[in-house]
Design a protein around this ligand. Structure first.
Ligand code: DX5
Ligand code: ZN
Length: 226
């Protein structure tokens, strides 16, 4: 499957969010990753539906990939869909009725996805893999940008590739946390296709160039995929 870059706006300058997001897309990002945190499920607070609505207005054609790190996501899915989210990902750990929540996302016209924290085994997802557009493997503990990549994510990505193959499914595999020029090669060789990157794109230097170089490194690693 094609390798795509999903710049995470968490590390953008929120005072010029539209321009930063545009620069990341100009550099080759094809999906904008939007980190939603509630101060309960994770120890940080970020943004809600009004910011998604503003992004939708500023970037009418962008794919908005909303990563909900919140408790009770069912209460907010309609508002994110209404605001213009395309993809909505919920944490396995936050959903008592995961099957129902994924169906709720679909019923609001968005692509459903599920996320697992570093301590959550891949096989906890076996019964919902046929319902999701993608699986997001966290390679840091969620809550903050700029953390160090946790290598245990690699075997989880490889397991997902195998399970997808054995079940004949088509979900995509996304990775989030600590993806940089140093780690992107092993992430892609493990089988991840959607690469979230915050700090590596928006942290320092030119956003467009950062995105371009990261995507180029990812695509050349994909060519050496075992
Ligand atoms: C962390 C967020 C990530 C974060 C990744 O909780 O889910 O999307 O922005 O940031 P980097 O790429 O800086 O690790
Ligand atoms: Zn995220």
């Amino acid at each position: 499957m094609a390798i795509e870059l999903a710049p995470s706006i968490l590390s953008a300058n929120f005072a010029r969010l539209g321009e930063d997001a545009k620069a990341a897309l100009d550099g080759g990002g094809s999906v904008l990753h939007v980190d939603v945190m509630d101060g309960h499920f994770v120890p940080n607070i970020t943004i809600g539906p009004p910011v998604v609505a503003s992004l939708r207005k500023a970037l009418p054609n962008a794919i908005l990939d909303c990563h909900l790190m919140i408790e009770n996501p069912d209460d907010f899915i309609p508002a994110f869909a209404e605001a213009g989210a395309n993809w909505i990902a919920v944490h396995q750990e936050a959903c008592v009725h995961l099957n129902r929540t994924l169906q709720l996302i679909e019923s609001h016209g968005c692509k459903p996805a599920v996320v697992i924290n570093p301590a959550t085994p891949v096989h906890t997802l076996d019964e919902v893999l046929d319902l999701v557009h993608h699986v997001l493997v966290m390679s840091v503990n969620p809550g903050f940008g700029g953390q160090k990549f946790i290598p245990g994510a690699l075997h989880k990505i490889k397991t997902l590739v195998e399970v997808r193959e054995s079940l004949g499914l088509g979900f995509r595999i996304e990775v989030d946390g600590g993806v940089s020029l140093e780690t992107v090669g092993e992430v892609v060789r493990a089988g991840a296709e959607l690469l979230v990157a915050g700090n590596a794109v928006f942290g320092k230097g030119d956003i467009r160039e950062n995105a371009r170089k990261l995507l180029q490194a990812a695509r050349s690693a994909a060519l050496t995929h075992a």
